[in-house]
Write a protein that binds this ligand. Structure first.
Ligand code: GDP
Ligand code: MG
Length: 166
């Protein structure tokens, strides 16, 4: 199996950290500041059974309508039109208007996996299930996978969920 996988989500949810840890290289740029990834950055992971081409995207900008933000948002939409599967990344326990704006862009004719990142920051694990139910009610996700990108937790589960979609 082989295919392209887009990584989308609002700024700072950990998209670039996730891609780096998935492919095991410090390729995409991560930081606390939004807009660190101004362009699409791809990373390739080859396993025994599949080849994944991940496309990291700039965080979708909703706050300011300036030329750079509009160019970055265009980059997200064109990437989505071009991939086999999509990873929609949100931060555990947080789902707000900026996440909803990204959700609205997701194509209905492509599989989308909901990736709930930063579960290591959740002090109360009992909050995870209600959060999953809240977000899952808004879209027909192909799978839902809680992870910690920074601690490289459950990335194998994520890859197993992506592989059959390619
Ligand atoms: P992006 O804007 O979505 O690409 O987000 P980045 O990958 O640049 O990450 C934004 C911030 O979140 C950085 O400070 C990361 O170190 C941090 N971060 C990313 N993943 C995790 C995680 O799983 N747990 C925690 N605690 N922090 C994370
Ligand atoms: Mg980034």
């Amino acid at each position: 199996r082989c295919g392209f996988v887009a990584i989308v989500g609002q700024p700072n949810v950990g998209k670039s950290t996730m891609m780096n840890h998935l492919i095991g290289q410090k390729l995409s740029i991560t930081s606390r500041k939004a807009q660190t990834t101004r362009h699409r950055i791809t990373g390739v992971l080859t396993s025994e059974t599949a080849q994944f081409v991940f496309v990291d995207t700039p965080g979708f900008q909703t706050k300011y309508r300036n030329a750079l933000n509009q160019a970055m948002n265009r980059s997200v939409t064109t990437t989505l039109a071009d991939v086999d599967a999509i990873l929609f990344v949100v931060e555990a326990g947080r789902f707000g208007p900026a996440d909803e704006a990204v959700l609205k862009l997701l194509p209905r004719d492509r599989p989308v996996i909901l990736v709930i990142n930063k579960v290591d920051l959740m002090d109360d694990p009992a909050r995870l299930l209600p959060f999953i139910e809240k977000v899952a009610g808004q879209f027909n996700f192909a799978a839902i996978v809680p992870i910690s990108a920074q601690k490289s937790q459950k990335l194998d589960v994520l890859l197993s969920a992506v592989e059959p979609l390619l």
